[in-house]
Ligand binder design. Sequence first.
Ligand SMILES: NC(=O)C1=CN([C@@H]2O[C@H](COP(=O)(O)OP(=O)(O)OC[C@H]3O[C@@H](n4cnc5c(N)ncnc54)[C@H](O)[C@@H]3O)[C@@H](O)[C@H]2O)C=CC1
Ligand SMILES: CC(C)(CO)C(=O)C(=O)O
Length: 304
Amino acid sequence: MEIVVFGAGSLGSLLGGLLAREHEVTLVGRDPHVRTVAESGLVLSNRVADSVNPDATTDGRGLDADVAVVTVKSYDTEQAARTLETGSFDAVLSLQNGLGNEERLAAHLDCPVLAGTATYGARLVDPGHVECTGVGEIVLGPTEGGASTLADHVAEAFDDAGIRTRVAGDMPRRLWEKLAVNAGINPVTALARVRNGALDGGPIGGVARSAARETARTARAEGVELSDDAALEALETVIETTAENRSSMRQDIETGRRTEVDAVSGAVVDRAADHGLDVPTNETLAGLVRGWERSQGLREESYQ
Ligand SMILES: NC(=O)C1=CN([C@@H]2O[C@H](COP(=O)(O)OP(=O)(O)OC[C@H]3O[C@@H](n4cnc5c(N)ncnc54)[C@H](O)[C@@H]3O)[C@@H](O)[C@H]2O)C=CC1
Ligand SMILES: CC(C)(CO)C(=O)C(=O)O
């Protein structure tokens, strides 16, 4: 299969590297990583050790492949969609965190957009070197739910490359469940500067639970069946299984980078407002993280 991985950072390089063991892969990313991969190949280390030679480019325009896998941060999705629309694909698969990525891609693309979640852990160590910090799984399916042969084919291609993959007919519920987990863990660990495991009780654990419950309530208002108990159970499980992790939002804040808060807490606030729901915990968390981003000159627009 011909596969474009758009966004060759941590996750994109790991999955692109794994896919390149079996398929023709083109990584779209930025220098110096892209230049190093094009010249010397890509090294995978830690939980998966390998060395592969995918194509790599900084110019994602006019590409032609069976599938494009999108792994840019959510705030870069709009730009990625505008670039991908100049190419030709049978399907585009988003493996990003947060809400709204699939809709943003679909607004520009005339092929089906599949939704997915990734629980692999990846870290770009150096140009040309990505580390697999955790072997998880990919779950993918049609964005609106239900079955599709296209989703089956993409999952088979991932599976053939040794990536644990499942097809799911309930992606809307899964995206909202993952959103509840991220809305609970990411801003709280980022603002309190604690590892995920610190949320297993006490007052900050309570803040995370409140954010997850508000997310579940908003999901139900959107017509997605996600009970408070299911959201809280997913949250507890991830707190326990990733206890030693520094969440991606905490890492972003500690390294002075923009976060995905708009697609996480911000998305809950926006969707809740559409239904007249109050989500004070998410509103407060979104306000604090956005305030930090603004203070660092990482976002320009004004906000309430
Ligand atoms: N890193 C991880 O272990 C996991 C990440 N995710 C999600 O996957 C997504 C990506 O995360 P990371 O890989 O950590 O981020 P990252 O920042 O390491 O990678 C994104 C890459 O996309 C590149 N990019 C963005 N726009 C581009 C453009 N127009 N042209 C070329 N390159 C472009 C950036 O330069 C960057 O290298 C996020 O939504 C994240 O929440 C989900 C599960 C695990
Ligand atoms: C699951 C979790 C919370 C793991 O740290 C994550 O997705 C993130 O950090 O963005």
